[in-house]
Design a protein around this ligand. Structure first.
Ligand SMILES: NC(=O)c1ccc[n+]([C@@H]2O[C@H](COP(=O)([O-])OP(=O)(O)OC[C@H]3O[C@@H](n4cnc5c(N)ncnc54)[C@H](OP(=O)(O)O)[C@@H]3O)[C@@H](O)[C@H]2O)c1
Length: 333
């Protein structure tokens, strides 16, 4: 094994330009940690596209194997909690940002990052969920922890046709929420209704004159976009409603006033799935196999072969992606 190489999609920088390319990496060099994994599947997220193309300042050490998600089988373990043949999933912890990631036939990871696949969940399903799934689940967890219940009114999801958005729509609808899917894609309206959205709202354009409060529509919101769309959610959320926000595809800046907070008592909840309580991470993986299990995973997800990976990044950067993209690395269930 130590003499073998692993086909990997590796990101390099010459100091000016960041680029990704295929490389045969010695297995001794595919990351550090107690577990050597044979990768079954990985996935493509917006952050992967930023990392692999250099469009965003994501990768913090070069060269680095990309892929912020990985699911596979343990082939070597020096940690007593894991054994050869265990099926695990890793998301977050700067995988594919600081530590070699899932775009490799083999990858080594610290045992503390690994979550055993819940009973009955396949490796493919875990990557159809991936970082997007854990993010949608954590957002819903935070909203419900803050008091949101299905009888309180519509819950908006922005970036609804994207990976995280699609999963959030399906998960919320499955839990009985009245979901308003906010999208910029006219051709995604039927898709979003099939995922369970009760209404589809066209992504609003920024008005010339912004009022601090508009008619209150949402009991809660899951925001994958940020920027002007988050500002709009803040202006249109009901009294005591909450917004869970994690995305910046619509921009980093947030321009708002204190009025929705002090007059309507709304809450803005930040979501970061890079690193949070391991206990909660395991709980959310269990919930994604149970009450938060999306009913539409097949419809949401497209599977590509490993060699098709580079083509997928462009779709993410231009906002054309619908749903989730799973990457078949070695395959297996
Ligand atoms: N904080 C965290 O821990 C965390 C975790 C995961 C993801 N994220 C972030 O969450 C965001 C979504 O990630 P993803 O992987 O789900 O991305 P994605 O699959 O590319 O989906 C993003 C969606 O946002 C909408 N969109 C794209 N460009 C837009 C623009 N300029 N203005 C407004 N809407 C736009 C599009 O949906 P519509 O056409 O339907 O509007 C697009 O499909 C990213 O910013 C990502 O970095 C953060």
């Amino acid at each position: 094994m130590s003499n073998q190489t692993s086909l990997a999609y590796r990101i390099t920088s010459d100091g000016h330009r960041v680029r990704g390319d295929w490389a045969n990496v010695p297995i001794a060099d595919v990351g550090a940690g107690e577990l050597l994994i044979r990768t079954s599947y990985s996935s493509v997220n917006y952050k992967d596209a930023l990392a692999a193309t250099g469009a965003g300042n994501v990768v913090r050490t070069f060269p680095l194997i990309g892929g912020i998600d990985v699911a596979g089988e343990v082939v070597q373990s020096t940690d007593s909690r894991f054994h050869e043949g265990d099926r695990i999933v890793v998301t977050g912890f700067a995988l594919g940002e600081e530590h070699d990631g899932g775009y490799s036939q083999w990858v080594r990871v610290p045992a503390d990052w690994a979550v055993p696949l819940p009973d009955g969940m396949t490796a493919w399903e875990s990557m159809a969920l991936g970082t997007a799934g854990i993010t949608a689940a954590l957002a819903i967890h935070r909203l419900e922890h803050n008091g949101l219940r299905p009888d309180q009114g519509p819950v908006a999801v922005t970036g609804a046709s994207g990976g995280t958005g699609s999963l959030a729509v399906s998960m919320l609808a499955g839990r009985g929420y009245d979901v308003a899917a906010v999208t910029g894609k006219e051709h995604a309206h039927d898709y979003l209704r099939r995922l369970g959205a009760a209404q589809v709202v066209e992504r609003p354009t920024a008005p010339e004159r912004v009022r601090p409060l508009e008619s209150a529509r949402w009991a809660g919101a899951v925001d994958a976009v940020g920027g002007d769309l988050l500002t709009w959610l803040i202006r249109t959320t009901q009294r005591h409603g909450s917004i869970a926000t994690f995305g910046n595809v619509g921009g980093h800046e947030l321009s708002t006033s204190v009025l929705p907070f002090i007059l309507r008592g709304i809450s803005l909840l930040g979501v970061n799935t890079g690193s949070f309580s391991h206990q909660l991470r395991r709980q959310l993986w269990q919930r994604m196999n149970d009450d938060l299990r999306p009913r539409h995973l097949d419809e949401i997800t497209r599977t590509i072969d490993f060699h098709q990976l580079p083509k997928a990044f462009d779709e993410f950067l231009t906002g054309r992606v619908r749903g989730r993209v799973v990457v078949r690395v070695n395959g297996a269930s």
